[in-house]
Ligand binder design. Structure first.
Ligand SMILES: N[C@@H](CCC(=O)N[C@@H](CS)C(=O)NCC(=O)O)C(=O)O
Length: 242
């Protein structure tokens, strides 16, 4: 009997859970989004139970995590590394799988730096408590770090033939790249407009992913939550000016 995948992630935001959702949605695999369900064995309390309780010998530190039968694994890139070969989301050669993992970890670094524009001091403080520092950090992200990251991915894409980041088919890395570009566009529309001429391949990759039938259906469904100011990427106009 195949287990139903359980995705454990905070409700109310796309967050890092979205990288996993996009992979499951594109593969057409059914899954339970545990914290978005009500009732016993569901909800946010179930996340806390697995992180803090005695149920697991290796509990996760933070969401997202994935439950497969009795196995519970965390760290976004690790989850995707597990799922991808089982659902045709990565080429099978070892080198390709390592490169996919490498690119995914780099996307994770970019996501963290994007988040840190509004939380430069600590995620334990509110944005309003670190606004001044955010106004110092954001221009450095927009002006230096972001072009460096996106320039890197644009170059990889070019070397792979311009269509997909890895090989000749869509992989989970492309799905995650779509997500980061969508977030960036939401959070930093002015900066992204300025960068657009330098990342033509990435921008067409984004459209190509959005047009995949299962992704398009997902994006139009209530399962896809709207962007918001509790999420990893937030639209604070003060952090996207000049
Ligand atoms: N490196 C981890 C980061 C996990 C993470 O930071 N999760 C966030 C939500 S997106 C969280 O709830 N963190 C709680 C904490 O850091 O205390 C991953 O990629 O999965």
């Amino acid at each position: 009997v195949k287990h139903l995948y359980k995705l454990y992630y905070w409700p109310g935001i796309q967050g890092r859970g979205e990288f996993v959702r996009l992979a499951l949605e594109d593969a057409g695999v059914p899954y339970l989004d545990v914290a978005r369900q009500r009732g016993k064995g569901h909800g946010v309390s179930e996340l806390h139970r697995l992180m803090r309780g005695r149920a697991l010998t290796i509990p996760p530190f933070a969401p997202p995590f994935l439950g497969v039968g009795r196995l519970v694994i965390a760290q976004t890139a690790n989850i995707l590394h597990y799922l991808a070969p089982r659902h045709g989301l990565v080429p099978s050669a070892e080198a390709a799988r390592l490169h996919a993992h490498q690119l995914q970890l780099t996307i994770a670094d970019l996501a963290t730096e994007g988040h840190d524009t509004h939380h430069p001091i600590s995620s334990t403080l509110y944005y309003e408590e670190q606004q001044e520092e955010a106004r110092r950090r954001a221009p450095l992200f927009r002006g230096v770090r972001l072009p460096l990251f996106l320039g890197y991915f644009e170059r990889v894409l070019q070397r792979q033939g311009g269509r997909w980041l890895l090989g000749t088919r869509c992989s989970y890395v492309d799905l995650s790249m779509f997500q980061v570009l969508a977030w960036l566009d939401y959070a930093f529309p002015i900066a992204m407009k300025g960068l657009a001429p330098r990342i033509p391949r990435l921008l067409s990759l984004r459209k190509r992913v959005a047009a995949r039938p299962r992704i398009a259906a997902y994006l139009a469904s209530p399962r896809r939550l709207p962007f918001n100011e509790d999420d990893l990427f937030r639209h604070y106009p003060a952090l996207d000016d000049r």
